[in-house]
Design a protein around this ligand. Structure first.
Ligand SMILES: C[S@@+](CC[C@H](N)C(=O)[O-])C[C@H]1O[C@@H](n2cnc3c(N)ncnc32)[C@H](O)[C@@H]1O
Length: 209
């Protein structure tokens, strides 16, 4: 399967319309976490099965992965998990997505595609506009989780989020993982690989103030 798709391609102009939260989750009032670039969804499946006191939403640009994940949800009758196909950058700009953004307790950008070449930086999912949209719609106290194994990308993501004055770095000693979307600190597929390969992981958490 192709690993990288160009999120700026016309193909992604059309976006999936996500039904209202009360149609996609059994209990829509549970805290909601959004994982951007959810790939096959394994990470969110583990989370949803372990934590039935949270709802989880994955957004992924590779359509086939989303189709497979959706059918796995139906097979396993999981009622606190949903996947949407599309580029996060386009979805977040859609007025119908704003209700979801304002319902979020947290959002993760875990190991996003690095797009190393300078001329391709505009393909990176974290862009000032996207962070600005989050800063407008996310509630005070909502969290952004960033992780990557690429130092240069980490510096770029950190700079982009911290340049928005509505987000502040959260000192990890104040982070109560047990109350977060990931109380057991489950790792994503990429993170498992990074740990196994003894590579570095860079991470930061931001809070909307
Ligand atoms: C390197 S993979 C990491 C997957 C997973 N988060 C992990 O940590 O294992 C990055 C994922 O982000 C997806 N992706 C890239 N750009 C995206 C975008 N603009 N919107 C949604 N997903 C995107 C890719 O298709 C890929 O599945």
């Amino acid at each position: 399967m192709r690993q990288h798709v160009n999120p700026l391609s016309k193909h992604f102009d059309e976006i999936e319309v996500i039904p209202p939260l009360n149609e996609i989750f059994r209990n829509p009032i549970l805290p909601l976490h959004l994982d951007v670039g959810s790939a096959s969804g394994d990470f969110l499946f583990e989370l949803a099965l372990e934590n039935n006191n949270w709802n989880y939403l994955g957004v992924e640009i590779r359509e086939k992965l989303v189709k497979n994940a959706k059918s796995r949800i139906l097979d396993r009758e999981i009622e606190n998990l949903y996947f949407a196909f599309g580029s996060a950058n386009n979805l977040f700009n859609d007025c119908r997505f704003k209700t979801i953004l304002s319902s979020l307790k947290s959002i993760s950008f875990y190991f996003p595609d690095p797009w190393f070449k300078k001329k391709h930086h505009k393909r990176r999912v974290i862009q000032p506009d996207l962070i600005n949209t989050l800063s407008i719609f996310m509630q005070k106290g909502a969290l952004i989780f960033l992780k990557t194994d690429v130092k240069e990308l980490f510096e770029y993501m950190n700079f982009t989020v911290s340049s928005n004055l509505n987000f502040q770095k959260l000192d990890k000693k104040f982070m109560k993982y047990s109350e977060s979307f990931n109380p057991n600190e489950i790792k994503t597929s990429r993170e498992k690989y990074v740990i196994k390969s003894q590579m570095n992981t860079f991470e930061e958490i931001y809070i909307k103030i």
